[in-house]
Ligand binder design. Structure first.
Ligand SMILES: *[C@@H]1O[C@H](CO)[C@@H](O)[C@H](O)[C@H]1NC(C)=O
Ligand SMILES: *[C@@H]1O[C@H](CO)[C@@H](O)[C@H](O)[C@H]1NC(C)=O
Length: 374
C-alpha cells in the first residue's frame, strides 16, 4: 500500500513534468477514460451524422454544469460515469473525444469516447447511421495516447495510465438490436443467442487486451442491465406494469455470466497491478426496480419523458402541445426515457458501485479500485 504522501508526490511529479512541457498547471490528478454507449456518452454523437442524439431539450434539464442545457448526455442530468468521476475527485468531466474544442492538453485528464447506439460488435446500431463501435473507440484512444507521448513522453504516459480509471459500459445495444425482429442482423440467418453472447464476450475481450497493452491497468467493466425491464422492451412485448421480458433478461444474464468468467480469467493471468472489476449493473438495477419505493421512486415502469408508446421520442417543442410528455418530478422516476435511467437512478447505482460488496462489484468495489496499489 502506498501512503497518501507518496501518492501526492507522484501526483506532483506528473504536474511538474506537465508544467515543464506545457507551461500549464492541470487542476487535478484524477484521470478517467470512458468507453461505451449512450449510458455514458457525454456528447460524442453531437458531432456525428446520427439518429441517436441527445442534443435538444429536455435532455440535460437537470445537468447543473451546463445550466440545464443539453450536452449530448442521454439523461436528464449526470450519467453514472459523471457521478463516479465526481465522487472520486474529478474537478471536471472527461471531455468528448470528438468535440472540436477538446485540445490535446485535455487528454491528460482523461477523455470520453462513448457513443450512443454503439455496441461491442461493429454492425450494432447501423440503423442509426452514425455511431462509434467499441473497436473504433479504442482506435481513438490509441491516437490520443500518441499525442500524450508526444507531450510528456512514454514513461510519464505509462505512469499516468497506470493510475487512470478505464470504464467500459457497453453490450446493451448488441442485444437490443438482436431482439428487434425488424433489424437485419448478420444477413438473413439470425445467429443463436448463445452465439451472440460468445461473439460479444470474445470481441470485448480483444478490446480489453488492446487497452491493457496500451497501458490501462484499472478497469471497470460494466455488465448489461436487465434490458427486459426497460420501458422500450416492455412496450414492444406488450407487458403490463410490473412485468419484465423474461427471455430477454435470461439472455442478458447468460452474457454477464460468460463475461464474468472471462474477467476472472484475465485477473488470474495478468500481473497483479492489473485489475478488471466487474460492475454488476444487472442486480443493482433489478434491485432498484423491485424495491423502488424504498429508494424514493414512485414509478419504475414508465419513462419520465416521451410516453409509454412507440415511437418513444422525448422532445420539447415550442409549447406544451407540441412537446412530448414530461413527468412532474424527475427524481421519482427510475427511467428518464424508454431506454435510459434518470440521474436519480444513476446516483444510487454509482453509490453502490463505490462502496458495495462483492455481489455488486467484483473482486473489489470502485472506491477500492481507485486506491488500489499492488
Ligand atoms: C466478433 O464478432 C463477429 C460478429 O460481429 C464475429 O464474426 C467474430 O467471429 C467475433 N470475433 C471473435 C474473436 O469472436
Ligand atoms: C393546446 O391545445 C389546446 C386544445 O387543442 C388549445 O386549446 C390550446 O390553446 C393549445 N395551447 C397552445 C399553447 O397552443
Amino acid at each position: 500500500m502506498e501512503t497518501f504522501g507518496m501518492m501526492l508526490k507522484s501526483c506532483l511529479l506528473i504536474m511538474f513534468v506537465l508544467v515543464l512541457s506545457l507551461q500549464v498547471l492541470p487542476s487535478l490528478c484524477y484521470t478517467s477514460f470512458v468507453f461505451g454507449d449512450s449510458l455514458v456518452d457525454a456528447g460524442n454523437n453531437d458531432y456525428l451524422f446520427s439518429l441517436s442524439k441527445a442534443d435538444s431539450p429536455p435532455y440535460g434539464i437537470d445537468f447543473t454544469p451546463s445550466g440545464g442545457q443539453p450536452t449530448g448526455r442521454f439523461t436528464n442530468g449526470r450519467t453514472i460515469s459523471d457521478i463516479l468521476d465526481e465522487a472520486l475527485g474529478a474537478k471536471s468531466f472527461p471531455l468528448p473525444y470528438l468535440a472540436p474544442t477538446t485540445k490535446p492538453e485535455a487528454f491528460l485528464r482523461g477523455l470520453n469516447y462513448a457513443s450512443g447506439a454503439s455496441g461491442i460488435l461493429d454492425k450494432t446500431g447501423s440503423l442509426f447511421i452514425g455511431r462509434i463501435p467499441l473497436r473504433e473507440q479504442v482506435d481513438s484512444f490509441e491516437q490520443s495516447r500518441s499525442h500524450m507521448v508526444n507531450m510528456i513522453g512514454e514513461k510519464a504516459t505509462m505512469e499516468l495510465l497506470k493510475k487512470a480509471m478505464f470504464s467500459i459500459t457497453t453490450g446493451s445495444n448488441d442485444m437490443l438490436n438482436y431482439i428487434q425482429p425488424l433489424i437485419p442482423f448478420f444477413g438473413d440467418d439470425k445467429i443463436s443467442a448463445t452465439m451472440l453472447q460468445d461473439f460479444m464476450v470474445s470481441n470485448l475481450t480483444i478490446q480489453l487486451k488492446r487497452l491493457h497493452k496500451l497501458g490501462a491497468r484499472k478497469f471497470i467493466v460494466v455488465g448489461v442491465g436487465p434490458l427486459g425491464c426497460i420501458p422500450f422492451v416492455r412496450a414492444i412485448n406488450l407487458l403490463p406494469s410490473g412485468e419484465c421480458a423474461v427471455e430477454v433478461n435470461e439472455m442478458v444474464r447468460g452474457y454477464n455470466k460468460k463475461l464474468n468468467r472471462v474477467l476472472d480469467h484475465l485477473n488470474q493471468e495478468m500481473e497483479p497491478e492489473t485489475i478488471f472489476v466487474y460492475a454488476n449493473s444487472y442486480d443493482i438495477v433489478m434491485g432498484i426496480i423491485q424495491n423502488h419505493h424504498e429508494y424514493g421512486f414512485v414509478n419504475a415502469g414508465d419513462p419520465c419523458c416521451g410516453g409509454y408508446l412507440p415511437p418513444f421520442i422525448c422532445f420539447k417543442g415550442p409549447n406544451a402541445n407540441t412537446s412530448s410528455v414530461l413527468c412532474d418530478d424527475r427524481s421519482k422516476y427510475v427511467f428518464w426515457d424508454a431506454y435510459h435511467p434518470t440521474e436519480a437512478a444513476n446516483r444510487i447505482m454509482a453509490r453502490k458501485l463505490l462502496n458495495g460488496d462483492e455481489s455488486i462489484s467484483y473482486p473489489i468495489n470502485i472506491g477500492n479500485l481507485y486506491n488500489y496499489k499492488p
